[in-house]
Design a protein around this ligand. Structure first.
Ligand code: PEP
Ligand code: MG
Length: 752
């Protein structure tokens, strides 16, 4: 069963459009189950009806012509109940309805299952048979499994289909939905990021066939050389039979038929990467359908090889990607380095299928003030190359090939937004003080030396979080003490006498160092943050020494420990800090013992915050991780992004506990997660009594604006109100209304 399922999914993945997808489904399902009729109905929410989209066992030509209202017939019943319905004698069921236009015979046996994607009913899959019989448990399970597996593919094909219909005159563009991860609106031209994934390679027309063929040949030669090199490198490590793998790779590469097939597609006018994708996928499919296990396994070799050739084609033989002045980066997965590659001033927006608001690339987009929507369902990245796109980073929407009216509307919104921020600039020199006289310190989060200038320009009062892993990530080995000293010294000097909170190395989870791979099944619950550095005092002490030496004579260093989950970790970290301090003092540096702080990022730290604060000078809430761990929602996973919400009542309760813990010892408490820069959250943080908010430099003006327009008293009242609410969405709405009421609605929604 599994192999049949795999084959169907594979074939469907290869299909060119929605109708091909659906026709493969009905044909393969009816053949596998040995039934006389199989049909797929797609839900049309606006018209509240199902459309018969593909069938076998009905009259020729009925597909696309039969409509069934949501409340009609057995198909309607499957949709209402959202569960399988299995009947041996369907015509006798009270909900049975005969649709003569299908030419449907009086089928007796009926099994219908809903096709559901991310809680939304997409359609209904039905099998029918003349003979009355109840389908057995295995058959029901098969249909349910196939429907669950295909739901995502159907949604994807539906969206892609809408976009590829652009050539028709009545095309008005498509709206795609995702998660709003960086506020703002942007209008621009899509540039699809280079794919390492064959499936994401877009098709492009070419003019110079010869040049394209040469590029392919060169890429094949380079790939051959790569494999020869690999083989040689592992010569002594691998057994001769294991080395056969490389010979198998080489023989595939030398296969004249594969190369010729790719060239034929190039000669038809397609560019080499797409031709490569097409032929490799076709071959992979062939291998995967083979009975022989050994040959089936070769499919993955072929895929790997395809990716290698693709890499060489893209890097060696194609001109550097041209980025228009108004680039919108689009991709299945847009990496931080893809963002960095766009020339300064050309990037307007980011759209990606994977990722969510707390992925580090999203944090980067926000830091750069670039509107971004991630986790976009059914994003057909490869079809969007050079298309005009609007990114609505307020509502998490992406509009492809928008109408001229829509472009005009969004241009106006973008203009208004620009004016709004220009107006905020005037607040730079003014304090972040509420109308009833409460001062809140606004600090910046930083990770690169390049962050220093914007932070100072934005009027930050210091650095609330310096993520040291950033300089660690961009190297190919651990930076030495001297290298780190220079980075920290520049940072501390630039801000002195303002304080700079440097966080000790926080890797693990989704932050990996290329030269220190940590392979775990559950990285977020594994070896990360302080757990790694305490296990490696030789790395930790070097970092602490570098910080302390860098602070000599400046007195503005604060040291922050990440991912603390127990008191013993604080004690151990402090012991090592004292040791490092003694050493640098003995070496003659005038380094004051720094203020120390603990990040509150995991539930255990919330409950022990009152004890933890007795051992250090301040607490700093890492609300990105705290939300992740309190709600058990992966901060990077687009599938669960809709339930990741820092305004969940449980998070607000936790924040309250942490503030009270710090207050109990008369110590300071800050927050440095993304919440601190989000306008609606700022109201809550103000009302809860946080002394210090640390955020991207870009967010400072608008947060200052809120604080200067909201009294502490009103913020406290809002906290009391939301503490009575049970749903994050109600809390969010309530806070948005409050912002609106104060005339600050423009900060949360474009055009207000
Ligand atoms: C956090 O978790 O909120 C935080 C500030 O740390 P990071 O995002 O670097 O994990
Ligand atoms: Mg964190």
């Amino acid at each position: 069963m599994l192999s049949v399922l795999r084959q169907i999914v594979q074939e469907v993945n290869e299909a060119q459009n929605l109708s091909e997808v659906l026709s493969i489904i009905v044909q393969r399902v009816s053949a596998t189950m040995g039934v006389e009729a199989c049909s797929v109905y797609l839900a049309d929410r606006q018209q509240e009806r199902y459309l018969l989209a593909a069938s076998v066992g009905f009259l020729e030509g009925v597909d696309g012509k039969v409509h069934i209202h949501f409340s009609e017939g057995l198909v309607g019943l499957v949709g209402e109940r959202e569960e399988p319905i299995n009947l041996s004698d369907a015509p006798n069921h009270p909900r049975y309805r005969y649709f003569p236009e299908t030419g449907e015979e009086r089928y007796q046996a009926f099994l219908g299952v809903p096709i559901i994607h991310q809680r939304k009913l997409v359609g209904i899959l039905v099998v029918q048979q003349r003979q009355p019989r109840r389908f057995d448990e295995g058959e029901v399970a098969f249909l349910v499994t196939i429907s669950a597996q295909l739901a995502g593919i159907v949604v994807h094909a539906q969206t892609a289909g809408l976009i590829s219909d652009e050539s028709t005159d009545n095309y008005v563009g498509t709206t795609l939905h995702g998660v709003a991860v960086s506020a703002g609106v942007a209008i621009g031209t899509a540039v699809v990021v280079l794919a390492t994934d064959l499936d994401a390679v877009p098709d492009r027309e070419i003019e110079d066939v010869e040049k394209e063929i040469q590029a392919l040949e060169q890429a094949l030669r380079l790939t051959r050389a790569d494999i020869e090199r690999l083989k040689l490198r592992l010569d002594k490590t691998l057994l001769p039979e294991e080395q056969n793998l490389f010979d198998a790779y080489l023989s595939i590469l030398d296969s004249p038929s594969i190369k010729q097939d790719i060239i034929t597609l190039i000669q038809e006018g397609h560019w080499a990467p797409w031709a490569l994708r097409k032929i490799i996928k076709r071959q992979v499919h062939k291998f995967e359908s083979m009975e022989d296990l050994y040959l089936r396994e070769r499919a993955s070799d072929l895929l790997d090889l395809g990716r290698r050739v693709l890499g060489n084609l893209q890097t060696e033989n194609h001109p550097v990607q041209a980025y228009p002045k108004n680039t919108i980066l689009v991709g299945d997965e847009v990496s931080a380095s893809a963002l960095a590659e766009v020339p300064q001033g050309h990037l307007r927006g980011v759209v990606s299928a994977k990722g969510s608001a707390n992925a580090h690339v999203a944090i980067l987009a926000r830091a750069m003030g670039i509107p971004a929507v991630m986790g976009v369902t059914g994003l057909p990245a490869h079809k969007l190359e050079s298309k005009q796109i609007i990114v609505d980073g307020y509502n998490g929407e992406v509009f492809t090939s928008p109408s001229t009216g829509m472009i005009a509307d969004f241009c106006r919104l973008a203009e208004e937004e620009k004016e709004l921020y220009a107006g905020l600039d005037e607040l730079r020199e003014l304090p972040a003080q509420t109308p009833d006289g409460i001062r809140v310190s606004l600090y910046v989060n930083a990770g690169l030396v390049a962050d220093i200038r914007p932070a100072l320009q934005a009027g930050a009062e210091g650095v609330g979080l310096y993520r040291t892993e950033v300089p660690f990530m961009i190297r190919d080995r651990f930076p030495g003490e001297e290298e780190q000293y220079l980075i920290y010294r520049q940072l501390l000097e630039s801000f002195a006498p303002k304080s700079v909170t440097i966080r000790t190395l926080d890797v693990g989870g989704d932050k990996s160092l290329p030269y220190f791979p940590v392979q775990e099944d559950n990285p977020y619950l594994g070896w990360r943050g302080i757990r790694i550095t305490l296990d490696h005092p030789e790395i930790f002490l070097v970092q602490l020494r570098a910080m302390l030496r860098a602070s000599a004579g400046l007195k503005n260093l604060r040291v922050l420990f990440p991912m603390i989950s127990s008191i013993s970790e604080i004690e151990e970290a402090l012991r090592l800090l004292r040791q490092a301090h003694r050493e640098v003092m003995d070496e003659g540096y005038d380094a004051r013992f720094p203020e120390t702080g603990v990040m509150i990022e995991v539930p255990s730290a919330v409950y022990q915050a009152a004890e933890m604060i007795k051992r250090v000078d301040f607490l700093s809430v890492g609300s990105n991780d705290l939300t992740q761990y309190l709600l058990a929602v992966d901060r990077n996973n687009a599938h669960v992004a809709n339930i990741y919400d820092s305004l969940h009542p449980a998070v607000i309760y936790a924040l309250k506990m942490v503030v009270e813990a710090a207050r109990g010892q008369n110590k300071r408490v800050s927050i440095c997660g993304e919440m601190a820069g989000e306008p609606v959250c700022v109201l809550i943080l103000l009302g809860l009594g946080f002394d210090m908010l640390s955020m991207n430099a870009h967010c400072i003006p608008r947060v200052k604006w809120i604080i200067r327009n909201f009294t502490l008293e009103s913020a406290e009242m809002l906290v009391a109100e939301v503490m009575q609410m049970h749903h994050a969405r109600d809390i969010r709405q309530h806070l948005e209304k409050a912002l609106d009421g104060a005339g600050l609605g423009a900060l949360v929604r474009a055009g207000r």
